[in-house]
Design a protein around this ligand. Sequence first.
Ligand code: SF4
Length: 444
Amino acid sequence: MALSGLQIFKLLPKTNCKDCGFPTCMAFAMQLASGKAELSQCPHVSAEAAAELGEAAAPPVRKVTIGAGEMAVVVGEETVLYRHEKRFEHPPGIAILVDDSVDDAAFQQALETFKGQQFERVGQMLRAKLFAIESADAAKLAARVKKASDETGAGIVIMSEDAAALKAAAEPIKDKKPLLYAATSANFDAVAGAAKELGVPFAIKAATLDELAELGEKCVAADYKEVVLDPMSANLQDALRDQTYIRRAAIKKKFRAVGFPTIAFPCRMTTDPLLKSVFAGVFVAKYAGIVVIDTLDPAQVLPLLILGQNIYTDPQRPMQMDQGIYPLNDPTADSPLLITTNFSLTYFTVAGEIEASKVPTWLLVMDTEGQSVLTSWAAGKFVADAIAAFVKKSGIEEKVSHRKIVIPGYVAQISGELEEELGGWEVVVGVREAADVPRYLRSL
Ligand code: SF4
């Protein structure tokens, strides 16, 4: 049973020291009760109080880890329904389905493709990290699970109706935390027992939300914490409803029986490859913890990964670069000098176009708290006096022999004032769009 803010407050030190980032212990207690703060933010809470607060402090959607090391996928720990309320914590894991329709040669090819498939975007490496392996043949299931785990390091979702087959396939790789999929009302004790014995997470599935909640109650009663829910939604409309009900009940009602991340199978909701991608995108947005697809086509995998990256970025902390001088394409003292802001997306777009141009260039990146050019200009951060102060202290004057700086076309209006502030520099208005940078640089 979740505790109220007042009940939590009674267990806190009541010193109002503000070390948790909140002005008072009461304010912290209220945030903790609503799932918008974590107990670990208060460094002064006693061990006894921490134990008592354990249930209240647990996130409304439990954390589940599948896989190990660099390939570990952490899902759950979500505390809000909408990203703007705070942030979403963990982007969904993308799992590649291999079932009995995939022959051995195609399976081997999938492993090879999987190993080499990763994408860099705004300084982060993105990739699918899970395989979902299903077979009605226990020996084949065990062999494929072991092979996929050994050769790729991926986290494995092991899929079978047979609890003994699940256990046998999971046993050799139990240290890599595979997910057993799935316990039903018919085999709950056997699957949950195997998961407990091996120390691995397991999924529960049911055709209705009521049945799913009943299985969830059993998990809560038995203190199984690493559980994944499959509402087995028949179509996209039902799926969106089910995912929303589950998330809403977990967060708004603190209904622990459904307070676990979910798994979704858009690849089994349609045969149209394009629709499969669209459906998968819906699950990335709302609210699956694991999205199972049946392709490694980069044209379908990459958009899902980017969607997850975009949605799961903390809206209060834009991805940003360090302020400084970035030499691109081995610039010399005569090379042109451009300036932009430290919003990661801006930096990587501009830097990528400069690199593609092959023109040696200096890129000055100014700290605007991760805001883009126009936003930071509107916020008074990327304006003439601030830019001039930054240019002068950046050290660029020791690196270039000229005194000419190119500003983004979107802030053409500050060119005159910036020239005055800089004194002795020529300020040139560049292009608006990064895509035009190569043409512009070559024309200089
Ligand atoms: Fe109170 Fe702990 Fe926050 Fe200090 S850190 S104000 S003791 S809740």
